[in-house]
Design a protein around this ligand. Structure first.
Ligand SMILES: Nc1ncnc2c1ncn2[C@@H]1O[C@H](COP(=O)(O)OP(=O)(O)OP(=O)(O)O)[C@@H](O)[C@H]1O
Ligand SMILES: [Mg+2]
Length: 373
């Protein structure tokens, strides 16, 4: 049992000075999202984006000061740049990011060893994006791919819970190692900050945190990086889709009409930023009665498939509404890992095959232009 507490960590950090301002990082309120758990420590240092590079020695000094404490087994400190202007996203090295998204090659700039980045998105929250992203990542891995997963949901990270790992990312040199879980690697802001702290992040910080998770993480050589997108089609999502060169997007919806309208908003977003759509997934598509085995289509199954056809988008498959999917993903033991031979896991395997096919054959459709009126 480690006796390390937040107070002890803050006391140690109180000795680390910001050389420019002559005050400690604690006095300047730069330490954010401090987590101390069983001797493992993680926190972010919030700095002005323009001073990113110059603050790296301070970050290292903070890490060393905490590491030297008795009972400390690991420390992860990340620099989180914040920008004063919401319109001018900053590159993490303190240079202004290129304004034209087309000029940015996300794969080269952010994660050189990653061959393809795909996004799992939806227009509306709570339709099962994270559950799909996690199971899809494992299903892709089961089909021989080297896979990573990035939780882009800065406000409500759910990956640490769904992957069931309480390991913290470790630091080698100036980079963080993603957390390895059951053959895939993962990164989430949830590993670095507490959920309620994440809520206070401002818009521009969200993007710089995401960029940092791509650029300053040792993703290594990956075939596919699955990005679990935050819900909605607002600025954060748009910027994310723009800045990270996505090979394709998987759009999730539930069969209800309203969710389909939201899914169309998701498609529109990708159309705006020229990201091809790999296809639609219908989640909570049908229900198999556990006692009689009868298939019940409580929400009017098939909406997404029909809609996909109408819009000229591929249909990647449906996933049933099943308590085992909820229980396994919410308890950190996804069905594709805990029961890979089950028909439920098979549904994800089928979707993964279609995703691979889409990526390899280039059979991705440009997102259609949809009138929302
Ligand atoms: N096919 C399914 N059958 C049963 N439960 C499911 C299924 N898919 C997802 N769920 C459950 O629905 C809830 C919401 O799913 P999830 O967190 O994946 O949604 P989300 O779209 O990522 O949400 P958010 O928009 O908040 O990020 C979770 O409790 C999850 O376990
Ligand atoms: Mg989610």
């Amino acid at each position: 049992m480690s006796l390390l507490t937040k107070e002890i960590v803050l006391e140690a950090l109180g000795n680390i000075m910001d050389p420019d301002q002559g005050k400690s990082v604690v006095e300047l309120d730069m330490v954010k999202g401090l987590v101390v758990k069983d001797g493992k420590v993680a926190f972010a240092l919030e700095v002005d984006a323009a001073r990113g590079q110059q603050m790296e020695p301070v970050r290292k000094a903070c890490e060393a000061a905490v590491k030297a404490l008795p009972d400390c087994s690991s420390v992860t400190a990340v620099l989180t740049a914040h920008s004063n202007s919401a319109d001018a996203p900053q590159g993490g090295n303190g240079q202004a990011a290129p304004q034209a998204p087309a000029a940015v090659s996300g794969v080269d700039v952010f994660a050189p060893g990653v061959k393809q980045i795909i996004a799992v998105a939806s227009g509306k929250g709570g339709v099962g994006k994270s559950t799909l992203a996690v199971n899809l990542a494992y299903a892709l891995h089961a089909q021989g791919k080297r896979v990573g997963i990035l939780d882009a949901d800065i406000y409500g990270p759910s990956l640490p819970r769904m992957l069931g790992s309480d390991k913290l990312p470790e630091v080698t040199g100036s980079k963080m190692n993603p957390v390895a879980v059951n053959g895939i690697v993962a990164m989430s802001i949830g590993y670095l900050v507490e959920e309620d702290t994440a809520m206070i992040w401002r818009g521009p910080m969200v993007m710089s945190a995401l960029e940092q998770m791509l650029r300053d993480v040792n993703w290594g050589e990956l075939d596919i990086l699955v990005v679990d997108m935050p819900p909605g089609t607002g600025d954060a999502q748009l910027t994310m889709a723009q800045r990270v060169q996505l090979a394709g997007a998987v759009v999730v919806s539930t069969p209800q009409d309203i969710a389909l309208i939201d899914a169309r908003k998701g498609l529109n977003m990708f159309q705006k930023v020229d990201v091809p759509v790999l296809g639609f997934v219908e989640n909570m598509s049908y229900y198999i009665c556990p006692s009689c085995g009868e298939r019940a289509e409580i929400f009017g199954h098939g909406g997404a498939e029909t809609e996909a056809k109408n819009l000229g988008i591929n249909f990647l498959g449906g996933v049933p509404l099943d308590i085992r999917i909820r229980e396994t993903s919410d308890s950190g033991n996804p069905i594709t890992v805990s029961d890979p031979e089950s028909p439920l896991a098979q549904a994800y395997m089928d979707i993964a095959s279609k995703v691979i096919q889409g990526l390899e054959s280039g059979d991705r459709k440009a997102a259609p232009k949809i009138s929302m009126s």
